[in-house]
Design a protein around this ligand. Structure first.
Ligand SMILES: Cc1cc2nc3c(=O)[nH]c(=O)nc-3n(C[C@H](O)[C@H](O)[C@H](O)COP(=O)(O)OP(=O)(O)OC[C@H]3O[C@@H](n4cnc5c(N)ncnc54)[C@H](O)[C@@H]3O)c2cc1C
Ligand SMILES: *[C@@H]1O[C@H](CO)[C@@H](O)[C@H](O)[C@H]1NC(C)=O
Ligand SMILES: *[C@@H]1O[C@H](CO)[C@@H](O)[C@H](O)[C@H]1NC(C)=O
Ligand SMILES: *[C@@H]1O[C@H](CO)[C@@H](O)[C@H](O)[C@H]1NC(C)=O
Ligand SMILES: *[C@@H]1O[C@H](CO)[C@@H](O)[C@H](O)[C@H]1NC(C)=O
Ligand SMILES: *[C@@H]1O[C@H](CO)[C@@H](O)[C@H](O)[C@H]1NC(C)=O
Ligand SMILES: *[C@@H]1O[C@H](CO)[C@@H](O)[C@H](O)[C@H]1NC(C)=O
Ligand SMILES: *[C@@H]1O[C@H](CO)[C@@H](O)[C@H](O)[C@H]1NC(C)=O
Ligand SMILES: *[C@@H]1O[C@H](CO)[C@@H](O)[C@H](O)[C@H]1NC(C)=O
Length: 615
């Protein structure tokens, strides 16, 4: 690793394949039988595979669509400011009616390590309420108390230097981390203007808690944010680097094949027995077999497609696509959730040195930063994006009485009026109504974050809606079932989502008017201060700045009782068939009020243990 890494940094070459791990050819794998066949080598797939392969007498095959990626973009924390499109698949979404019929490129990573190789590296866990909501939906053993040990087990924490801690009053809670594979840090390089932003919260919002650490899942509050970075090496900490590279040479019972797409699950009767693979290179088709189980870890966009293409999904869809129905299940591809985000921005003046724009604007600073990185892998290039954020409840962004009235109006809705047609299925509808009851009661408490505001003294000020009531769908392309699926976001189909988003935008506007921030003379650029009424603001946002996704797709094969439109049971087994589990973000019945990666590492840990124990 080290050699090509340094060569890359010094600009002499970029993509040397130097992994110490044996590269396995599809010819060595085709037609063979493994105990477990895992489709998808992203976060959940690699974590689950790591734990399963601890049993040396069990064989594990991972089928991964992408390749090993050793480019600087996959390694240097600096590059998290953008997304390396060369490893992304971007199915184009269906038009979003409430967003002026715009279509959007859906973020699906196709690389060994999955989302962890391209994501923003923010490490945050959901609040207790987020996980307890899952348990309240009838998933016993899936509340915070049960999940926390796995969230903790996956991580090791690295604080910034004592000088930084003192200067910025950085806090964290060592008790919520362990000595796990995934390194999580808080950056040593923090920008001086952050002190003004924090002070704006402290002085003006005593009602908003300032807990020690978001990883303690305390609930809404203003927090320092951790990153998945290994500060000892100054590199991005990915599922590949932390859960696969360290074991791959030793564990002969663990094999990954890359550039291979799992396109159909093979069955004998209703038992999954293997996977049909199509090679990205030349389109050849192979089969591999599973003695014990097939485990789906292809992510919340691709897993429902694979299930549907294999005959497990809504009968109407399968029949229209000419696929023989093995199990009619409306839940596969329904309940799709993400985090719609308004990319607000402000022009700020009089920023201190350095600030988030200095690398781009100051050639001397930039040159010094790269030189420092080459020397000892510290400094700006080894630093993450977002060091702090506010996670707020509905009462925090509106008022107790407005939150109450929103909650009441939600419960008064005829739910089916604001859901996609698949919710004519009575089980799905019952499940949504159960979700709604839980969310409505959380809306009036301060236990669940419904909005996220990353805070950076750069003027970029996204407003993230964590608890959409609208539900999207993922379905196969009826004429080309093996092509990329059709993603329907349905953003803001439920008008309450828009109402909450408008409150969030106004909250941010007011925030930037606080006296502690006056020295920056903030000027609203997007959507623009001239848009004041609900109508004007809605129109401006829907034409630009507002996107349906923060790359947090989830929920499309939900963990819930089958009578509530669930797709997998408490052991993550797909209902109605044998030998088939799902372990990726599809299983989240309600999306947490946070990024998803922390939770996915925890779920992978838990799934691995559950499957090993033969549960
Ligand atoms: C651009 C971006 C930014 C993000 N930023 C953050 C962030 O800052 N913080 C945070 O917490 N979360 C973030 N996320 C989300 C987080 O990374 C994902 O939620 C997480 O990776 C999901 O884990 P997963 O195991 O479900 O799927 P993934 O990690 O996406 O893994 C799925 C894997 O399956 C493979 N695959 C798919 N279909 C097939 C098939 N048919 N056959 C074989 N292989 C297949 C894919 O190539 C991929 O490697 C971000 C995601 C993206 C894309
Ligand atoms: C969006 O598309 C639908 C269906 O084609 C159409 O009825 C509607 O008028 C369009 N909306 C806008 C704002 O263009
Ligand atoms: C530092 O953080 C602690 C814990 O959140 C808080 O109690 C204290 O008031 C903070 N001090 C300053 C100077 O911000
Ligand atoms: C910063 O330095 C790097 C490495 O020399 C160079 O590739 C990049 O273009 C520079 N960026 C700016 C904005 O000067
Ligand atoms: C540019 O960066 C250098 C240090 O790298 C610093 O000394 C100088 O003051 C900076 N210039 C401006 C305009 O901030
Ligand atoms: C790394 O190098 C920079 C100078 O380029 C220096 O300021 C810094 O202290 C060094 N850090 C470590 C950990 O060696
Ligand atoms: C289905 O796939 C075909 C071939 O890739 C494509 O032309 C068509 O637009 C897709 N249909 C939808 C609804 O995405
Ligand atoms: C610019 O910032 C400095 C220090 O942060 C502050 O003292 C000064 O008042 C600010 N200038 C203006 C014009 O607001
Ligand atoms: C924001 O700043 C940019 C660059 O200085 C300028 O071009 C633009 O007009 C400003 N926008 C507003 C709304 O002030």
């Amino acid at each position: 690793m080290r050699l090509s890494f340094l060569i890359s940094v010094l600009g002499c070459g970029s993509a040397l394949a130097d992994s110490a791990c044996p590269l396995v050819d599809i010819d060595d794998v085709k037609g063979k039988t493994y105990d477990y066949v895992i489709v998808g080598g992203g976060i959940s797939g690699l974590v689950t595979a790591n734990r399963l392969s601890e049993d040396r007498d069990k064989t594990v095959l991972i089928i991964e669509r992408g390749y090993f990626d050793d480019k600087p973009e996959a390694i240097l924390p600096y590059y998290a400011k953008g997304v390396d499109e060369s490893v992304m698949m971007r199915p184009r979404s269906a038009p979003v009616a409430r967003l002026n019929n715009q279509t959007f490129g859906v973020a699906v990573a196709a690389v060994v390590g999955g989302g962890s190789v391209v994501n923003g590296m923010n490490y945050m866990r959901g609040s207790k309420a987020d996980y307890d909501n899952w348990e309240s939906l009838g998933n016993s053993g899936w509340g915070w108390q049960n999940l926390f040990p796995y969230l903790r087990k996956s991580t090791t924490f690295f604080p910034p230097s004592p000088q930084t801690v003192t200067k910025f009053n950085v806090t964290w809670d060592p008790a919520v981390f362990d000595h796990g594979p995934l390194s999580v840090n808080i950056d040593d390089l923090l920008f001086p203007d952050l002190l003004s932003v924090w002070s704006a919260w402290r002085v003006n919002r005593p009602d908003v808690p300032k807990p020690l650490d978001s990883s303690a899942s305390i609930g809404p509050g203003v927090y320092w944010q951790a990153n998945t970075i290994d500060p000892r090496e100054g590199v991005r900490a990915t599922a590949r680097r932390k859960y696969y590279d360290p074991i791959c040479a030793r564990r002969k019972n663990l094999v990954i094949v890359t550039g291979q797409t799992g396109r159909e699950i093979l069955f004998r009767g209703l038992r999954a027995t293997g996977v049909e693979i199509v090679s990205r290179g030349d389109g050849s088709v192979y089969q591999v077999f599973a003695r014990k189980e097939v485990i789906l870890a292809a992510g919340a966009i691709m897993t429902p497609q694979l299930l549907q293409a294999s005959g497990i999904g809504p009968k109407s869809v399968l029949t229209a696509a000419g696929i023989r129905v093995k199990k009619d299940m409306a839940s596969v591809g329904a309940n799709f959730q993400d985090h719609p985000t308004a990319y607000m921005s402000f022009n700020l003046s009089n920023l201190s040195f350095p600030n988030p724009t200095t690398l781009d604007n100051n050639a001397t600073y930039n040159a010094t930063a790269w030189a420092q990185y080459a020397l000892n892998r510290t400094g700006p290039i080894a630093t993450g994006r977002g060091p702090a954020a506010a996670f707020l409840s509905l009462t925090h962004i509106t008022s107790a009485s407005t939150a109450q009235s929103i909650s009441t109006s939600l419960l008064a809705q005829n739910a089916a009026d604001y859901l996609p047609p698949i919710y004519a299925d009575p089980k799905l509808l019952r499940g949504f109504i159960a979700q709604r009851a839980i969310l409505a009661s959380r809306f009036t408490s301060n236990t669940m974050s419904i909005a996220g505001f990353p805070m950076s003294p750069s003027g970029a000020s996204p407003a993230i809606l964590f608890k959409s009531l609208s539900r999207g769908t993922v379905t196969l392309n009826l004429t080309h079932p093996f092509a990329l699926p059709v993603v329907q976001y349905n953003t803001f189909q439920n008008p309450i989502d828009l109402k909450v988003m408008l409150a969030m935008v106004r909250h941010s506007r007011n925030f930037w008017k606080l006296p502690e921030l006056a020295k920056f003379s903030p000027v609203e650029v997007s959507p623009g201060a001239q848009y004041v009424s609900d109508e004007a603001l809605t129109e401006a946002l829907s034409k630009g700045g507002l996107v349906p996704s923060l790359a947090h797709p989830s929920g499309t094969c939900a963990l819930m009782p089958e009578e509530l439109g669930g797709c997998v049971d408490e052991k993550l087994r797909v209902y109605g068939v044998k030998g088939l589990r799902v372990v990726d973000a599809s299983i989240m019945p309600l999306v947490p009020g946070s990024g998803l990666q922390a939770t996915m590492y925890g779920i992978g840990e838990r799934a691995g243990e559950m499957i090993r124990e033969g549960d």
